[in-house]
Design a protein around this ligand. Sequence first.
Ligand code: CDM
Ligand code: ATP
Length: 271
Amino acid sequence: MTKTKAFAPAKINLCLHVTGQRADGYHLLDSLVAFAEVGDHLTLTRSEVMQLQVTGPMAQGVPTDGRNLCWKAAKAFGQPAAITLDKHLPAAAGIGGGSSDAAAVLRGMSDLYGTPFGGEALTLGADVPVCMAARAARMEGIGEVLTPLALPRLPAVLVNPRVEVSTPDVFRALASKTNPALEPLPADGADVIAWLRDQRNDLQPPAVALQPVIGDVLQALSACEGTFLARMSGSGATCFAIMASDEAAARAATALGQKHPNWWIAATALS
Ligand SMILES: C[C@](O)(CO)[C@H](O)COP(=O)(O)OP(=O)(O)OC[C@H]1O[C@@H](n2ccc(N)nc2=O)[C@H](O)[C@@H]1O
Ligand SMILES: Nc1ncnc2c1ncn2[C@@H]1O[C@H](COP(=O)(O)OP(=O)(O)OP(=O)(O)O)[C@@H](O)[C@H]1O
Protein backbone atom coordinates (compact mmCIF):
# COMPACT_ATOMS: atom_id res chain seq x y z
CA MET A 1 0.00 0.00 0.00
CA THR A 2 1.35 3.47 -0.83
CA LYS A 3 -1.37 5.70 0.63
CA THR A 4 -3.87 5.35 3.46
CA LYS A 5 -6.28 7.38 5.55
CA ALA A 6 -6.74 7.35 9.34
CA PHE A 7 -9.29 8.98 11.63
CA ALA A 8 -8.33 10.43 15.02
CA PRO A 9 -11.54 10.83 17.07
CA ALA A 10 -11.78 13.12 20.10
CA LYS A 11 -11.17 11.23 23.35
CA ILE A 12 -13.62 12.04 26.14
CA ASN A 13 -13.04 11.13 29.80
CA LEU A 14 -16.66 10.52 30.90
CA CYS A 15 -15.27 10.41 34.43
CA LEU A 16 -11.71 10.65 35.73
CA HIS A 17 -10.71 9.76 39.28
CA VAL A 18 -7.15 10.43 40.44
CA THR A 19 -6.38 7.62 42.89
CA GLY A 20 -2.70 8.14 43.72
CA GLN A 21 0.70 9.33 42.58
CA ARG A 22 3.75 7.30 41.58
CA ALA A 23 7.25 8.06 42.80
CA ASP A 24 8.08 9.52 39.34
CA GLY A 25 5.28 12.10 39.73
CA TYR A 26 2.79 10.51 37.29
CA HIS A 27 -0.71 10.14 38.69
CA LEU A 28 -2.70 6.92 38.95
CA LEU A 29 -6.04 7.25 37.20
CA ASP A 30 -9.34 5.42 37.05
CA SER A 31 -11.31 6.72 34.07
CA LEU A 32 -14.07 5.72 31.71
CA VAL A 33 -13.01 6.86 28.25
CA ALA A 34 -15.28 7.18 25.22
CA PHE A 35 -14.70 8.44 21.68
CA ALA A 36 -16.62 11.00 19.65
CA GLU A 37 -17.68 11.00 16.01
CA VAL A 38 -15.79 14.28 15.49
CA GLY A 39 -12.00 14.26 15.07
CA ASP A 40 -8.93 14.90 12.94
CA HIS A 41 -8.47 13.31 9.51
CA LEU A 42 -5.06 12.05 8.44
CA THR A 43 -3.63 10.94 5.11
CA LEU A 44 -0.36 9.02 5.06
CA THR A 45 1.71 8.38 1.94
CA ARG A 46 4.92 6.37 1.65
CA SER A 47 7.85 8.76 1.26
CA GLU A 48 11.66 8.78 1.34
CA VAL A 49 11.68 11.61 3.87
CA MET A 50 9.39 12.67 6.70
CA GLN A 51 6.94 15.44 5.73
CA LEU A 52 4.06 16.93 7.69
CA GLN A 53 1.43 19.39 6.52
CA VAL A 54 -1.29 20.64 8.89
CA THR A 55 -4.51 21.94 7.33
CA GLY A 56 -8.09 22.52 8.47
CA PRO A 57 -10.04 24.85 10.76
CA MET A 58 -7.90 24.18 13.86
CA ALA A 59 -4.46 24.15 12.16
CA GLN A 60 -3.28 27.47 13.58
CA GLY A 61 -0.46 27.11 16.10
CA VAL A 62 -0.08 23.35 15.67
CA PRO A 63 3.61 22.52 15.12
CA THR A 64 4.54 21.07 11.69
CA ASP A 65 7.94 19.70 12.72
CA GLY A 66 9.43 17.12 15.09
CA ARG A 67 7.43 18.59 18.00
CA ASN A 68 4.19 17.31 16.49
CA LEU A 69 3.02 14.00 17.97
CA CYS A 70 2.34 12.71 14.43
CA TRP A 71 6.01 13.18 13.62
CA LYS A 72 7.06 11.56 16.91
CA ALA A 73 4.75 8.60 16.23
CA ALA A 74 6.18 8.06 12.72
CA LYS A 75 9.67 8.23 14.19
CA ALA A 76 8.73 5.69 16.87
CA PHE A 77 7.34 3.43 14.12
CA GLY A 78 10.72 3.68 12.39
CA GLN A 79 9.66 4.65 8.84
CA PRO A 80 9.23 8.01 7.09
CA ALA A 81 5.91 9.12 5.60
CA ALA A 82 4.30 12.20 4.09
CA ILE A 83 1.46 13.03 6.47
CA THR A 84 -1.38 15.48 6.02
CA LEU A 85 -3.15 16.28 9.28
CA ASP A 86 -6.55 17.89 8.72
CA LYS A 87 -7.04 19.42 12.17
CA HIS A 88 -10.61 19.76 13.47
CA LEU A 89 -10.01 19.41 17.23
CA PRO A 90 -8.66 22.25 19.37
CA ALA A 91 -5.16 21.65 20.81
CA ALA A 92 -4.27 21.40 24.50
CA ALA A 93 -7.95 20.85 25.14
CA GLY A 94 -8.29 17.66 27.22
CA ILE A 95 -9.71 15.67 24.31
CA GLY A 96 -6.46 13.99 23.37
CA GLY A 97 -6.00 15.76 20.03
CA GLY A 98 -2.27 15.08 19.78
CA SER A 99 -2.58 11.63 21.38
CA SER A 100 -5.37 10.54 19.03
CA ASP A 101 -3.34 11.85 16.06
CA ALA A 102 -0.30 9.85 17.23
CA ALA A 103 -2.39 6.68 17.56
CA ALA A 104 -3.92 7.26 14.10
CA VAL A 105 -0.41 7.63 12.63
CA LEU A 106 0.64 4.32 14.23
CA ARG A 107 -2.45 2.60 12.77
CA GLY A 108 -1.87 4.22 9.37
CA MET A 109 1.83 3.30 9.33
CA SER A 110 0.90 -0.33 10.09
CA ASP A 111 -1.41 -0.27 7.04
CA LEU A 112 1.23 1.38 4.83
CA TYR A 113 4.09 -0.91 5.72
CA GLY A 114 2.12 -4.07 6.53
CA THR A 115 3.84 -4.48 9.89
CA PRO A 116 2.42 -3.88 13.37
CA PHE A 117 3.83 -1.17 15.63
CA GLY A 118 6.53 -2.88 17.68
CA GLY A 119 7.02 -0.14 20.31
CA GLU A 120 5.26 1.13 23.41
CA ALA A 121 2.42 3.56 22.67
CA LEU A 122 2.72 4.86 26.25
CA THR A 123 6.12 6.43 25.51
CA LEU A 124 4.31 8.90 23.20
CA GLY A 125 1.89 10.01 25.94
CA ALA A 126 -0.37 8.62 28.66
CA ASP A 127 -3.45 8.97 26.44
CA VAL A 128 -1.96 7.23 23.39
CA PRO A 129 -2.64 3.58 24.46
CA VAL A 130 -6.40 4.15 24.84
CA CYS A 131 -6.47 6.02 21.52
CA MET A 132 -4.92 3.02 19.70
CA ALA A 133 -8.19 1.06 19.61
CA ALA A 134 -10.25 4.29 19.87
CA ARG A 135 -13.03 2.30 21.55
CA ALA A 136 -14.66 2.85 24.94
CA ALA A 137 -12.54 1.49 27.78
CA ARG A 138 -11.84 1.76 31.47
CA MET A 139 -8.37 3.27 31.76
CA GLU A 140 -6.20 2.68 34.84
CA GLY A 141 -2.56 2.89 35.85
CA ILE A 142 -1.18 6.07 34.29
CA GLY A 143 -3.11 5.23 31.10
CA GLU A 144 -1.70 1.83 30.13
CA VAL A 145 -4.14 -0.55 31.88
CA LEU A 146 -7.14 -0.86 29.57
CA THR A 147 -10.35 -2.83 29.87
CA PRO A 148 -12.62 -2.47 26.81
CA LEU A 149 -16.32 -2.10 27.50
CA ALA A 150 -19.46 -1.58 25.45
CA LEU A 151 -21.24 1.75 25.86
CA PRO A 152 -24.54 2.74 24.31
CA ARG A 153 -24.29 5.55 21.72
CA LEU A 154 -24.64 8.78 23.70
CA PRO A 155 -25.68 11.97 21.82
CA ALA A 156 -23.44 14.79 23.08
CA VAL A 157 -22.24 18.36 22.71
CA LEU A 158 -18.57 19.29 23.12
CA VAL A 159 -17.59 22.86 24.02
CA ASN A 160 -14.14 24.42 24.29
CA PRO A 161 -14.01 28.10 25.34
CA ARG A 162 -10.76 28.53 23.35
CA VAL A 163 -8.43 28.74 26.32
CA GLU A 164 -5.53 26.27 26.39
CA VAL A 165 -4.98 24.39 29.63
CA SER A 166 -1.62 22.81 30.49
CA THR A 167 -2.07 19.21 31.72
CA PRO A 168 0.91 19.33 34.17
CA ASP A 169 -0.40 22.63 35.64
CA VAL A 170 -3.81 21.07 36.35
CA PHE A 171 -2.31 17.95 37.96
CA ARG A 172 -0.07 20.22 40.09
CA ALA A 173 -3.07 22.24 41.28
CA LEU A 174 -4.96 19.12 42.41
CA ALA A 175 -5.67 19.38 46.17
CA SER A 176 -5.89 15.64 46.93
CA LYS A 177 -3.92 13.08 44.92
CA THR A 178 -5.58 10.10 46.62
CA ASN A 179 -9.27 9.82 45.90
CA PRO A 180 -11.75 6.92 45.72
CA ALA A 181 -11.67 4.75 42.56
CA LEU A 182 -14.68 4.39 40.23
CA GLU A 183 -17.69 2.67 41.76
CA PRO A 184 -18.36 -0.84 40.39
CA LEU A 185 -19.14 -0.44 36.69
CA PRO A 186 -22.81 -0.62 35.67
CA ALA A 187 -23.97 -4.05 34.51
CA ASP A 188 -25.07 -4.56 30.88
CA GLY A 189 -28.33 -2.73 30.28
CA ALA A 190 -28.05 -0.64 33.48
CA ASP A 191 -28.45 3.15 33.40
CA VAL A 192 -24.94 4.33 32.48
CA ILE A 193 -25.88 8.00 32.80
CA ALA A 194 -27.21 7.57 36.34
CA TRP A 195 -23.95 5.79 37.23
CA LEU A 196 -21.86 8.53 35.60
CA ARG A 197 -23.64 11.21 37.62
CA ASP A 198 -22.25 9.58 40.78
CA GLN A 199 -18.66 9.64 39.45
CA ARG A 200 -16.39 12.69 39.08
CA ASN A 201 -13.62 14.35 37.17
CA ASP A 202 -11.11 15.12 39.93
CA LEU A 203 -9.25 17.48 37.57
CA GLN A 204 -12.34 19.67 37.08
CA PRO A 205 -12.08 21.80 40.28
CA PRO A 206 -8.36 22.67 39.77
CA ALA A 207 -8.96 23.38 36.06
CA VAL A 208 -11.91 25.68 36.86
CA ALA A 209 -9.71 27.47 39.44
CA LEU A 210 -7.03 28.02 36.75
CA GLN A 211 -9.51 28.98 34.01
CA PRO A 212 -12.85 30.14 35.51
CA VAL A 213 -14.45 30.27 32.05
CA ILE A 214 -14.67 26.44 32.27
CA GLY A 215 -17.27 27.01 35.02
CA ASP A 216 -19.24 29.21 32.60
CA VAL A 217 -19.13 26.44 29.97
CA LEU A 218 -20.41 23.86 32.45
CA GLN A 219 -23.22 26.18 33.51
CA ALA A 220 -24.18 26.92 29.91
CA LEU A 221 -24.23 23.19 29.03
CA SER A 222 -26.24 22.31 32.15
CA ALA A 223 -28.84 24.94 31.25
CA CYS A 224 -29.53 23.50 27.75
CA GLU A 225 -32.80 21.70 27.13
CA GLY A 226 -32.18 17.95 27.08
CA THR A 227 -28.89 17.89 29.05
CA PHE A 228 -28.53 14.73 31.16
CA LEU A 229 -25.03 15.43 32.45
CA ALA A 230 -22.35 18.10 31.91
CA ARG A 231 -18.70 17.56 32.87
CA MET A 232 -15.14 18.48 31.87
CA SER A 233 -12.99 16.00 29.90
CA GLY A 234 -9.38 15.18 30.86
CA SER A 235 -7.47 18.19 32.13
CA GLY A 236 -9.80 20.58 30.25
CA ALA A 237 -10.80 22.99 29.06
CA THR A 238 -13.22 21.05 26.80
CA CYS A 239 -16.48 20.06 28.49
CA PHE A 240 -19.13 17.66 27.24
CA ALA A 241 -22.84 17.29 27.81
CA ILE A 242 -24.67 14.02 27.32
CA MET A 243 -27.95 14.87 25.65
CA ALA A 244 -31.40 13.31 25.41
CA SER A 245 -31.21 12.92 21.59
CA ASP A 246 -29.25 13.92 18.47
CA GLU A 247 -31.86 16.65 17.88
CA ALA A 248 -31.37 18.04 21.41
CA ALA A 249 -27.58 18.00 20.83
CA ALA A 250 -27.94 19.87 17.52
CA ARG A 251 -30.32 22.44 19.06
CA ALA A 252 -28.02 23.03 22.04
CA ALA A 253 -24.98 23.45 19.76
CA THR A 254 -26.82 26.03 17.64
CA ALA A 255 -28.08 27.98 20.67
CA LEU A 256 -24.66 27.98 22.38
CA GLY A 257 -22.96 29.05 19.14
CA GLN A 258 -25.29 32.04 18.80
CA LYS A 259 -24.54 33.17 22.35
CA HIS A 260 -20.80 32.39 22.31
CA PRO A 261 -19.53 32.83 18.75
CA ASN A 262 -15.88 32.30 19.72
CA TRP A 263 -16.36 28.99 21.55
CA TRP A 264 -15.53 25.76 19.68
CA ILE A 265 -18.73 23.70 19.68
CA ALA A 266 -19.53 20.29 18.18
CA ALA A 267 -22.76 18.30 18.23
CA THR A 268 -21.70 14.65 18.10
CA ALA A 269 -22.20 11.26 19.75
CA LEU A 270 -19.97 9.27 22.11
CA SER A 271 -19.53 5.50 22.21
C1 CDM B 1 -5.45 13.93 31.74
C2 CDM B 1 -5.50 12.85 30.67
O1 CDM B 1 -5.84 13.44 29.42
C3 CDM B 1 -6.61 11.85 31.01
O2 CDM B 1 -6.95 11.00 29.96
C4 CDM B 1 -4.18 12.14 30.52
O3 CDM B 1 -3.84 11.52 31.73
C5 CDM B 1 -3.07 13.02 30.03
O4 CDM B 1 -2.54 12.38 28.90
P1 CDM B 1 -1.41 13.05 28.00
O5 CDM B 1 -1.76 14.46 27.68
O6 CDM B 1 -1.16 12.08 26.89
O7 CDM B 1 -0.22 13.06 29.02
P2 CDM B 1 1.35 13.05 28.84
O8 CDM B 1 1.71 13.84 27.63
O9 CDM B 1 1.85 11.66 28.98
O10 CDM B 1 1.76 13.82 30.15
C6 CDM B 1 1.67 15.22 30.31
C7 CDM B 1 1.89 15.55 31.78
O11 CDM B 1 0.69 15.25 32.51
C8 CDM B 1 0.98 14.73 33.78
N1 CDM B 1 0.39 13.38 33.90
C9 CDM B 1 -0.11 12.73 32.80
C10 CDM B 1 -0.70 11.49 32.93
C11 CDM B 1 -0.77 10.91 34.21
N2 CDM B 1 -1.34 9.71 34.39
N3 CDM B 1 -0.27 11.56 35.29
C12 CDM B 1 0.29 12.78 35.15
O12 CDM B 1 0.74 13.37 36.12
C13 CDM B 1 2.48 14.75 33.91
O13 CDM B 1 2.83 15.96 34.53
C14 CDM B 1 2.96 14.75 32.46
O14 CDM B 1 4.21 15.35 32.34
N1 ATP C 1 -0.89 16.60 16.45
C1 ATP C 1 -1.01 17.60 17.31
N2 ATP C 1 -2.18 18.25 17.46
C2 ATP C 1 -2.30 19.25 18.36
N3 ATP C 1 -1.31 19.67 19.14
C3 ATP C 1 -0.13 19.06 19.05
C4 ATP C 1 0.06 17.99 18.15
N4 ATP C 1 1.32 17.56 18.30
C5 ATP C 1 1.88 18.30 19.24
N5 ATP C 1 1.05 19.23 19.70
C6 ATP C 1 1.35 20.19 20.79
O1 ATP C 1 0.92 19.55 22.00
C7 ATP C 1 0.22 20.44 22.87
C8 ATP C 1 -0.92 19.65 23.58
O2 ATP C 1 -1.92 19.36 22.65
P1 ATP C 1 -2.92 18.09 22.70
O3 ATP C 1 -3.98 18.39 21.69
O4 ATP C 1 -2.18 16.82 22.61
O5 ATP C 1 -3.61 18.30 24.07
P2 ATP C 1 -3.83 17.64 25.47
O6 ATP C 1 -4.72 18.58 26.20
O7 ATP C 1 -2.49 17.25 26.06
O8 ATP C 1 -4.66 16.38 25.29
P3 ATP C 1 -5.05 15.43 26.49
O9 ATP C 1 -4.70 16.09 27.78
O10 ATP C 1 -6.50 15.19 26.37
O11 ATP C 1 -4.25 14.21 26.17
C9 ATP C 1 -0.25 21.57 21.98
O12 ATP C 1 -0.13 22.79 22.63
C10 ATP C 1 0.63 21.51 20.73
O13 ATP C 1 1.61 22.52 20.71
